[in-house]
Design a protein around this ligand. Structure first.
Ligand code: NAD
Length: 317
């Protein structure tokens, strides 16, 4: 087997930190190079190599890929849904150009595999709300969703035209305690735990019955690694795979937290993010990922709540 050397771009972010840790466990600390525009995340310090990379600077990225002998790239740098609506031009520019830079370098340097996440934000108001299938009407209304959908087709194009082995998952909202979320519409499901522990009170920016597809970070990391390790011939989708975890509303997660913190209260003050959330499906059908590479989520709402309330205090100090 060829020795793999992996570059994670956006390693200081919510997913990047945990994905880098998981990849270092599998491939060895020195074979996973963390990189970001931001400084190295304290959780990664000392565990392996770190380089400062701006994914928009193609030349600098190209030099690092050659210098480090990189064979696989995980591209996580992006501007997320809520932040994207505040600066649409920047979101489009980073989300598109960053991906094209990586795909071009992957093609030129014969990179073995590329990972790039898409999002349930590709779906829009005309997509089915329940069990939204892999292939359906897709008319996104946020700049983030538009950029992710265009990105999916660039991945497919580079695979078909140039044989780049690029793989992708449409992540739902990801819940985690190790690193802070990066400006998504589903961030409420993380903030609520912080505020429940600190103030026993949370002001929700989504209405009480807004159901969204969600997933606990350990499931998301496992999905990513299982997809990347699946044999090439099992991968039938070269745009991006639907993967499902669970779906719940602010009212339901608040009720689950109340089982642990009985005097916790939630107040609803929906803002511009309600409109974004309202445009997305409530639940996702992931039959194709299950069939192709055996995907199955593990964490339900009770397990997530228990784990978050148990582990969050140690990182909040
Ligand atoms: P994040 O914002 O927490 O992390 C992104 C990282 O990219 C940050 O550390 C940032 O400093 C870095 N970055 C930004 N611009 C850069 C540049 N020019 N060069 C190098 N690094 C740069 O985001 P995340 O939540 O970890 O998301 C990672 C990926 O997963 C993104 O593509 C996102 O769209 C996707 N995704 C996330 C979620 C979620 O719930 N977190 C859901 C669906 C899809």
């Amino acid at each position: 087997m060829t020795k793999e050397k992996i570059l994670v771009i956006g390693a200081s972010g919510q997913i990047g930190v945990e994905l880098t840790m998981a990849l270092r466990e599998i491939y060895g600390n020195n074979n996973v190079v963390a990189s970001d525009l931001r400084e190295e995340n304290p959780l990664l310090k000392g565990s392996g190599p770190y380089v400062s990379i701006d994914v928009m600077n193609k030349e600098m990225l190209h030099v690092q890929v050659i210098r480090q002998g990189i064979t696989q790239i995980y591209l996580l740098a992006a501007i997320l849904s809520a932040t994207g609506e505040k600066n649409p031009g920047l979101a489009w520019h980073l989300n598109m150009q960053g991906l094209l830079n990586v795909l071009d370098i992957a093609r030129e340097e014969n990179i073995h595999k590329v990972y790039w996440p898409s999002s349930i934000a590709v779906f829009g108001p005309t997509s089915p709300k329940q069990n939204c299938p892999q292939q359906t009407i897709i008319e996104p209304t946020t700049v983030y969703g538009i950029s992710k959908y265009a990105g999916e087709f660039w991945c497919n194009y580079y695979h078909m035209k140039y044989g780049v082995d690029v793989r992708s998952i449409r992540y739902p909202g990801l819940i985690s305690y190790k690193s802070a979320p990066g400006g998504g519409t589903t961030d409420y499901a993380i903030e609520i735990f912080h505020d429940a522990l600190e103030e026993k009170r949370y002001v929700s920016f989504l209405e009480e019955n807004t159901y969204l597809p969600m997933m606990y970070m350990p499931d998301a990391i496992r999905a990513t690694i299982e997809l990347m390790e699946a044999p090439k011939e099992r991968i039938s989708v070269r745009t991006s795979y639907n993967v499902a975890g669970l779906s719940f509303s602010p009212k339901e997660i608040a009720a689950e937290i109340k089982k642990h913190i009985p005097d916790f209260e939630i107040i609803y003050q929906p803002d511009y993010r309600q409109e974004i959330a309202g445009s997305w499906p409530r639940s996702i059908d992931d039959a194709v990922a299950r069939r192709d590479w055996g995907w199955k989520h593990e964490y339900d709402l009770a397990a997530i709540t228990e784990d978050m309330l148990k582990n969050l205090p140690s990182v909040m100090k």
